[in-house]
Ligand binder design. Sequence first.
Ligand SMILES: NC(=O)c1ccc[n+]([C@@H]2O[C@H](COP(=O)([O-])OP(=O)(O)OC[C@H]3O[C@@H](n4cnc5c(N)ncnc54)[C@H](OP(=O)(O)O)[C@@H]3O)[C@@H](O)[C@H]2O)c1
Length: 253
Amino acid sequence: MPADHPDLAGKTAVVTGGSRGIGAATAAALARNGVAVAVVGRDRDALDGVATSIADAGGRALAAVADCTAQPDLDRLRALVLDRFGGVDIVIAFAGGYGQPVPSIEENAEHWRHVVDSDLTAAFLTISTFLPDLTARRGTVVTMASSAARQATRAAAAYAAAKSGVVGMSRHLAKELAPQGVRVNCVAPAMIEHERVRHSISDEQRQQLTRGFPLGRLGTPDDVAAATLFLASAASSWITGITLDIAGGSVMP
Ligand SMILES: NC(=O)c1ccc[n+]([C@@H]2O[C@H](COP(=O)([O-])OP(=O)(O)OC[C@H]3O[C@@H](n4cnc5c(N)ncnc54)[C@H](OP(=O)(O)O)[C@@H]3O)[C@@H](O)[C@H]2O)c1
């Protein structure tokens, strides 16, 4: 398959949430474009599986276990990546999830903090850990919000708040880091169907969900990967601070 973004060849990327779903598809797409990729998550077996399939396809990948909410893990991750790749050009901060609906009357402080930690704080800590490397190479960052940050959805209030925080944080960092040549953009997908999502909904629910998207289908991890590579590559060199809705026409702000 030809590279979509030849300027990416020879660069290095850290992809958190790379062990499955959207992050794994994005890591594979970066590798197909000649990027050496560190795939990051907490599940060693899943990370090894992603790294092996990238290597089998001729790409370069490093499986790295880290809890992105924990600064000591991120410090170890940075040391490992610098040792193996020598620097970092691209940070894809996609770790997160936990968007299942929770009626606010049943919400509790522990779950709220877990979601905000996992979806917002983890993204900030990941980016700040690699900032010296990103500024050294005038790198790019892509963060992960959600349609839950763009309109009210069934997702928990904690998830909407955390992902809205990602939008604001990304915009802030974009302005702060622009003078150093670092671009920061955000993607906001809606209903991306992958293995875990497929197992959690019935055929009937799937058909009902599909009817909510003007483009007449659910999203795929490759839809998000394609938009992310655009934002990570020189194709978007005059774009920073945006949130790109990947939502089949269901979000038109
Ligand atoms: N699927 C959708 O429809 C959709 C829509 C909008 C936004 N999103 C966002 O897209 C991202 C990926 O979602 P997905 O659907 O692909 O979910 P997923 O299949 O559940 O994957 C979540 C990923 O995040 C990683 N992760 C979670 N917490 C982590 C932590 N503390 N430290 C390190 N890694 C962590 C997981 O790694 P391990 O399992 O290895 O720990 C896994 O790789 C999430 O941020 C999610 O909120 C998804």
